[in-house]
Design a protein around this ligand. Structure first.
Ligand code: SF4
Ligand code: SF4
Ligand code: SF4
Length: 253
């Protein structure tokens, strides 16, 4: 009997929507489980094991104890994969970084928010600001096909392919009319593709959930956004929806 590699899925600060995407691979899961043993997956099973080779980590870091937990996972795992925007780029959680942490504790938990250690929080950050990450699966949530492709590559011992062209390419392939022609604005030109430009196809715009392509020409795109009617503040807000980790935090925590 062959020994299957063991994979563990961990959840840090997030909505757990990326784990849900994996659970929705119901057609593929039976064959996945022929090739790997899942030893940790909070959304799907109660058993826990500290013995694993691959760790898939969802969520950003926003508490001190998460830093310790993350380092422990890195010590055990041969391969660490960041699962989704929260983990890979900090994601929506980093929107809080523009406020003082004490202010947030009071806003969320009331006056008692400052009393209890359980409510302590630090500016949110992606996991690669704490540990080395081997591979990234982008998106909010991750696309199923990308998870399956990365998993297949890892099982075959090859390097997963990370898309590095802008969403505009996917958008053209999908046959969409550019939203700039409709008087809207979009972060597609500087955002990493791989989502089939799903938001544009379904009538929205790209907000950059998959993070930037390598070497994005952000300066040029800022000019484009300004030329299409956004104010400088609008541009900063648009870029910081998913990219807030890169903006300066106001907290001393
Ligand atoms: S990346 Fe999006 S879907 Fe995934 S856990 Fe974070 S907020 Fe949820
Ligand atoms: S709608 Fe957005 S993603 Fe599509 S081509 Fe225009 S700028 Fe690019
Ligand atoms: S179109 Fe943009 S916001 Fe929508 S899934 Fe793709 S990268 Fe994310």
């Amino acid at each position: 009997m062959s020994i299957k590699p063991k994979a563990a899925f961990f959840s840090f600060t997030c909505c757990e929507g990326c784990q849900l995407m994996i659970l929705s691979c119901e057609k593929e899961l039976p064959s996945i489980l022929e090739h790997i043993e899942i030893v940790n997956f909070r959304e799907a099973m109660t058993e826990r094991s500290e013995d694993y080779q691959a760790a898939f980590i969802e969520g950003s870091v926003s508490k001190r104890e998460e830093i310790k937990k993350l380092k422990k996972i890195r010590e055990k795992a041969k391969v660490v994969v960041a699962l989704g925007a929260c983990s890979a780029i900090g994601g929506l959680n980093c929107l809080k970084n523009r406020f003082q942490m004490d202010y947030l504790r009071k806003e969320v938990y009331g006056q008692d928010g400052l009393k209890f250690k359980a409510f302590e929080t630090i500016p949110a950050r992606p996991i690669d600001s704490i540990i080395h990450v081997d591979y990234y699966i982008h998106g909010c949530p991750i696309p199923k096909k990308e998870f399956l492709s990365v998993l297949t590559s890892l099982l075959m011992g090859s390097v997963p392919r990370i898309v590095n062209h802008p969403v505009c390419v996917d958008c053209k392939i999908a046959g969409n009319i550019c939203v700039f022609e409709k008087g809207l604005t979009c972060l597609g030109p500087i955002t990493r593709a791989g989502c089939d430009a799903v938001c544009i196809t379904y009538g929205c715009v790209c907000w950059g959930c998959r993070g930037p392509v390598d070497d994005p020409n952000t300066a040029a795109h800022k000019e484009t956004l300004l030329r299409h009617g956004l104010s400088a503040d609008d541009v900063s807000l648009a870029l910081s929806l998913y990219g807030a980790h890169k903006t300066k935090t106001t907290s001393k925590n």
